[in-house]
Write a protein that binds this ligand. Structure first.
Ligand SMILES: NC(=O)c1ccc[n+]([C@@H]2O[C@H](COP(=O)([O-])OP(=O)(O)OC[C@H]3O[C@@H](n4cnc5c(N)ncnc54)[C@H](O)[C@@H]3O)[C@@H](O)[C@H]2O)c1
Ligand SMILES: O=C(O)[C@H]1O[C@H](OP(=O)(O)OP(=O)(O)OC[C@H]2O[C@@H](n3ccc(=O)[nH]c3=O)[C@H](O)[C@@H]2O)[C@H](O)[C@@H](O)[C@@H]1O
Length: 385
């Protein structure tokens, strides 16, 4: 049966230049595009470990519809050619782990702003559509976080719900280098918006709210550096696999809404296949119903991991650490992130489905299956690391 868009029109096969296709989100998006659509992907990245299963062997049903191009977009003249021969470019490439924002602020700003500039320029000059990945961090802190602790207004959604078209972007001072990432992402959003307004660039901006699932980041000492600090899902998974306490930064009081990667990818596919509804928009993509404090996340992950691994939790499953100790000087945090869903509901009719418990159960089953044996061996032979 022919695939149709939300307005009942047939969807024609397209060629997509996907930059950062070898990362967490890219790998899931490639998987979806290969298994459920007729589209072709030119997958650009410096790594391909997370999409190897889609590239080999040649006998895969989609062989010929996905090509890997190993290139660094900082300095490779092949990029423009790849964008020119595609119908759509999706840019996912970025440094996006908070441990880097205050310790490698220059790399963070270059990666999230400077390196994205040629992508925007080539799309604009060649009249190509662009879907650019920004972040919910562009909202920074909530207005409510500046109210007195006992103010009743803190309970009023007007002071904390994050809306694409009305919420301000509130960052800490320049010394708080944590915000180097959010600020670079905000400026590239503004540049893309301006290219749309002045030069007619057809764009969509995605603001992901803590998408999590299998293949997110790395497990330190197993498939990433021993001293590396990934995002919270991988940090806590690593602690659980090693039977160490989960570290709660500054008491684990910050709040997040987590969404299952597979739900979020459905939203991206709707954007890809419904350009008339998606172009010119900025979309929050998150799950407002999955809000927890980081402490609650740690407690739930501990329970879920016990269930999927069959091992009892350790006696003291969490430990408090200061942000200075964990991330170093210049760290700061978003207090609370709940996405407003009005625009994405109206334009794409999309809603997330998976509860936090269910998404943790499938993700931690994957983590256990993928890493438990390797961790056991690494612990038994520490010198082999
Ligand atoms: N995962 C989330 O919940 C989340 C939340 C907010 C924003 N985002 C944004 O979504 C995008 C993808 O995030 P992710 O979680 O998949 O991260 P990721 O780190 O897993 O993927 C990014 C990919 O980009 C590649 N890359 C980086 N610089 C490159 C360069 N110069 N040339 C070629 N490839 C390069 C990396 O090798 C990596 O494979 C990022 O822009 C990120 O800021 C993600
Ligand atoms: O995923 C998103 O939507 C965005 O937010 C993330 O930022 P953040 O949520 O702060 O990063 P995490 O590493 O996932 O941390 C979440 C919270 O857990 C805390 N944390 C992290 C790790 C840990 O071991 N312990 C711990 O308490 C952090 O301090 C923070 O409060 C990253 O900046 C980006 O990937 C992305 O743009």
């Amino acid at each position: 049966m022919a695939r149709v868009d939300l307005d009942g029109n047939a969807i024609n096969p397209m060629t997509i230049c996907m930059i950062g296709a070898g990362g967490f989100i890219g790998s899931h998006l490639c998987e979806k595009l290969m298994s459920e659509t007729p589209h072709t992907v030119l997958a650009v990245d410096v790594y391909n470990d997370k999409i190897k299963h889609l590239l080999e062997p040649d006998s895969l049903p989609w062989a010929g519809r996905i090509q890997f191009h190993r290139l660094n977009i900082k300095n490779d003249s092949r990029l423009e050619g790849l964008i020119k021969c595609s119908d759509l470019t999706i840019n996912l490439a970025a440094i996006c782990t908070p441990a880097d924002y205050n310790t490698r602020p220059l790399d963070t700003i270059y990666s999230n702003f400077i390196d994205a500039l040629p992508v925007v320029k080539y799309c604009s000059e060649n009249n190509k559509r662009l879907i650019h990945f920004s972040t919910c961090e562009v909202y920074g802190k909530t207005i409510g976080s500046y109210l007195p602790k006992d103010s009743p207004l803190r309970q009023d959604p007007a002071y904390y719900i994050l809306k694409e078209d009305t919420s301000p972007c509130i960052f800490g001072s320049v010394e708080k280098q944590r915000w180097s990432y959010a600020c670079a992402k905000q400026l590239i959003e503004r540049l893309i918006y301006a290219e749309g307004a002045e030069n007619g660039l057809e764009f969509t901006i995605v603001r992901p709210f803590n998408w999590i699932g299998p293949r997110m980041d790395f497990i330190p000492g197993i498939d990433g550096p021993s001293e590396g600090v990934p995002r919270v899902l991988a940090c806590f998974s690593n602690n659980l696999l090693r039977r160490e306490p989960l570290k709660l930064v500054d008491g684990g009081e910050s709040q997040r809404t987590f969404i299952y990667i597979k739900d979020a990818i459905e939203a991206v596919l709707l954007m890809i296949e419904n350009p008339a509804r998606a172009s010119g928009h900025i979309f929050n993509v998150g799950n407002p119903h999955n809000e927890v404090t980081v402490r609650q996340l740690a407690e739930m992950m501990t329970q879920v991991y016990s269930k999927v691994s069959g091992e009892d939790a350790i006696e003291s499953p969490t430990i408090d650490v200061s942000s200075k100790e964990f991330y170093g000087e210049g760290y700061d945090d978003s207090d609370k992130r709940i996405p407003d869903m009005t625009i994405i509901n109206k334009q794409l009719g999309w809603n997330p489905k998976t509860s936090l418990w269910d998404l943790l159960e499938s993700t931690l089953t994957y983590q256990h299956r993928t890493y438990a044996e390797a961790i056991k061996q690494a612990i038994a032979k520490p010198s082999a690391n």
